[in-house]
Design a protein around this ligand. Structure first.
Ligand SMILES: CC(C)(COP(=O)(O)OP(=O)(O)OC[C@H]1O[C@@H](n2cnc3c(N)ncnc32)[C@H](O)[C@@H]1OP(=O)(O)O)[C@@H](O)C(=O)NCCC(=O)NCCS
Length: 407
């Protein structure tokens, strides 16, 4: 039987964060709105000497190291991002150079808002299944800095980070049978960033509505693909990971899931089912969204890292439903069958350690960093050397002859 999926996972979280209480105070907003309403406590802040390339390379370097993978063994390198650094040269090429990945490797960048990572994973799985006899490996990376306008409703949902996955046959972490994936897409303007704009244009409330419609449709498609009747899917899932631009979105999504999948139940029974299943099946995946914020393409996969970190070996052998959404819009609902013997993979992520090592920045520091384009700066390597830590191996130092320079 063909068994393809993800063998290992690594995550990279920047060294700095802004506490939401400080943002709330500066913006004159009650802190409860961010803490309870949106459900976010801290947002990762990306300093000017990091970008989507360095975060991707910092995540992938950990992945190669923890799996003992020789960079020459990677035959497909896909980087999904909506924070690209060049209109032509893909982030994947920079990562190839930094990680010394060989030339007999197909590399490319995928853009589809927050959904791009899922496209990278699914196409890599299908490519490996097609080459089953040849033991191909794919490195799939999701990397983004989620930026919104100063003072906009999206500002408290910012974040930054990268997730790297090793996709291969006979995977050690989880399997995915992509033939059953539930799919939905539609041409909408809910969140977009016209060429040249530094921050997106967002119709926030509409984007939530688009997300929920896409979820309902993708879930329904998945159910019909696997032959599960409406109202019975929840009992087949041990956990559900929703794309999370902010933690509260998982609450909205799960409520919609229960309301639309269990239309036969009365309001009170639905409320009980929601409360019980949210706590057991959804809550364990929220750590990253609460502590880091939105990381766009990597968001739902940071949810996977959060689930592993929170549940540890309790996830072994479990079935995890994943809902991936990207504005514009594209969505997919699929099933991950978790493997056993995962403790080394989970410990090796060092996720909590990365969260604990971070330093808080002030509101003023955040405004200063996010007001600069970074393009005008050429950092001296010694300047960024001071900020190296076990997780931040690569840094951006500026441009030379219109070429981005990294150390
Ligand atoms: C999500 C988004 C639209 C929210 O915008 P907003 O104008 O701040 O929204 P609200 O005023 O509805 O407040 C958000 C929540 O905080 C709650 N809230 C407001 N004030 C509060 C307070 N003082 N105490 C506790 N909760 C409070 C609101 O009730 C609301 O919760 P609910 O949605 O469960 O009802 C905005 O953050 C955004 O545009 N984000 C970017 C786009 C995005 O992430 N889209 C998601 C789909 S991809």
């Amino acid at each position: 039987m063909i068994d393809v999926g993800v063998s290992d996972i690594a995550i990279y979280i920047p060294q700095f964060y802004l506490p939401h209480d400080e943002l709330a105070e500066a913006r004159g907003i009650p802190p409860e709105k961010f803490r309870e309403g949106l459900g976010n406590h801290k947002m990762a802040i990306l300093p000017n000497w990091e970008d989507s390339v360095t975060m991707a390379a910092n995540a992938a370097a950990q992945l190669l190291e923890k799996t003992g993978t020789n960079p020459q063994e990677i035959h497909q390198l896909v980087v999904s991002t909506e924070s690209g650094v060049d209109h032509s040269k893909p982030v994947a090429s920079f990562v190839q150079g930094l990680l010394k990945i060989g030339s007999r490797c197909r590399i490319y960048e995928i853009k589809h808002a927050c959904y791009g990572g899922t496209a990278g994973i699914v196409t890599s799985i299908d490519w490996i299944a097609r080459n089953y006899g040849n033991s191909k490996k794919a490195l799939v990376i999701m990397t983004d800095v989620a930026r919104y306008g100063f003072g906009s409703p999206g500002e408290p949902t910012q974040g930054a980070g990268a997730v790297a996955l090793l996709v291969e046959k006979n995977p050690r972490l989880l399997s995915v049978d992509t033939r059953t994936n539930g799919i939905f897409s539609k041409d909408v303007f809910d969140f977009w960033r016209p060429t040249g704009h530094r921050v997106p244009i967002v119709d926030g409330k509409y984007s939530v509505a688009c997300y929920l419609e896409a979820m309902e449709e993708a879930v329904s498609h998945f159910r019909s693909n696997v032959g599960i009747p409406r109202g019975r899917l929840l009992e087949h899932l041990d956990y559900i990971l929703y794309h999370m631009p902010f933690t509260g979105m998982a609450r909205k999504a799960h409520r919609h899931f229960v309301d639309t999948e269990h239309v036969d139940l009365g309001a009170e029974a639905r409320q009980d089912l929601y409360t019980e299943t949210f706590r057991a099946k959804v809550e364990p995946g929220l750590l990253g969204a609460r502590e880091v914020g939105n990381i766009y393409t990597g968001s739902v996969y940071m949810g996977l890292a959060s689930l592993l970190e929170t549940e540890q070996d309790r996830v072994e052998g479990k079935r995890v439903g994943v809902f991936s959404y990207g504005s514009g819009c594209g969505a997919e609902f699929f099933l991950c069958q978790m493997k056993t013997g995962l403790s080394e993979i989970i410990q090796g992520m060092r996720f909590q350690e990365q969260l604990d090592r971070r330093k808080a920045v002030t509101f003023e520091q955040y405004v200063q960093w996010y007001s600069r384009s970074g393009a005008e700066t050429l950092y001296h390597p010694a300047e960024v050397e001071a900020h190296k830590d076990p997780f931040t191996q690569f840094t951006f130092i500026g441009f030379k002859d219109h070429k981005r320079q990294y150390v």
